[in-house]
Write a protein that binds this ligand. Structure first.
Ligand code: GLP
Length: 249
């Protein structure tokens, strides 16, 4: 695991350039995408690049990490709406190449046939990745899950009234995420500092799903200075524990 610490602007710039480079060198790449406030700046940078350089997405396929259950796809809070608004409507991707986990077996067979080249991840305040809540077995694959009370209270603010927030969601599993070739996790803001410290310095445990990423051979964690604030940067873990730390700005 590599940990890169920098400003949000630098992070959005570097991560978007990695994705653009992948799209340019592998026009049929499969991108694993995330929602939430964290990746919005990366998507804005991809849109700007597409306007300026016409980076070509017409053969690119995407699979999103998660989607609410029992919510119309055109609901303003669906993750489909989020992705259309932030990215898909502004680049030349074909909407039929963009996928979300749902009640059908489609995504499981899609993943078998289309290994994901790069997965973008955020992290929930409780350490979830996708909607794999604390306690999820590392062997889990795509499925319907009940959201934890913590996640329900975190995400209810996006809905007009808290009771409109779905209590269940479809998510790729942890084993699906670990099969991806390259993973980039971004965390920004002081509210992520505690969970980031545990993810990097604490035990690898299903109680903190994101900690399992330390077992993956190609993970880069981009942190702004607020999210990195609690890391003990003098710890041996950064050299002995297979974690490399770098300050980029
Ligand atoms: C949601 C999503 C996660 C996301 C997390 C963090 O619960 N299911 O995939 O990483 O929230 O969101 P944010 O980036 O808004 O902090």
């Amino acid at each position: 695991m590599r940990v890169m610490i920098g400003t949000k602007t630098i992070i959005d710039d570097q991560v978007s350039k990695i994705i653009i480079n992948l799209v340019n060198t592998n026009p049929k790449a499969v991108l694993g995408l995330a929602t939430g406030s964290t990746p919005a700046g990366v998507y804005a940078a991809l849109v700007n690049d597409h306007i300026t350089h016409r980076t070509d997405y017409h053969l690119i396929k995407t699979i999103n990490l998660d989607e609410y259950a029992n919510l119309d796809t055109d609901h303003p809070n669906s993750y489909r709406t989020y992705m259309n608004n932030h990215l898909f409507d502004h680049i030349n991707i074909r909407l039929e190449h963009t996928h979300f986990p749902d009640s059908t077996p489609f995504v499981a067979s899609f993943l078998e046939q289309h290994p994901v080249n790069l997965q973008l991840l955020g992290i929930g305040n409780n350490g979830h990745i996708g909607f794999n809540e604390p306690g999820t077995p590392f062997e889990s694959s795509v499925r319907l899950v009940s959201l934890s009370d913590d996640t329900l209270s975190q995400n209810a603010r996006y809905f007009e009234t808290p009771d409109q927030m779905p209590k269940k969601a479809y998510t790729l599993g942890i084993s699906d995420i670990l099969k991806v070739h390259q993973i980039i996790l971004i965390a920004t803001g002081p509210h992520k500092a505690r969970i980031i410290k545990q993810m990097i310095e604490g035990p690898i445990t299903p109680q903190l799903p994101a900690s399992v990423l330390r077992r993956h051979p190609d993970v880069t964690v981009y942190l702004d200075h607020d999210a990195a604030a609690l890391l003990d940067q003098s710890l041996d873990i950064y050299t002995k524990g297979g974690v490399a730390l770098d300050i980029i700005a």
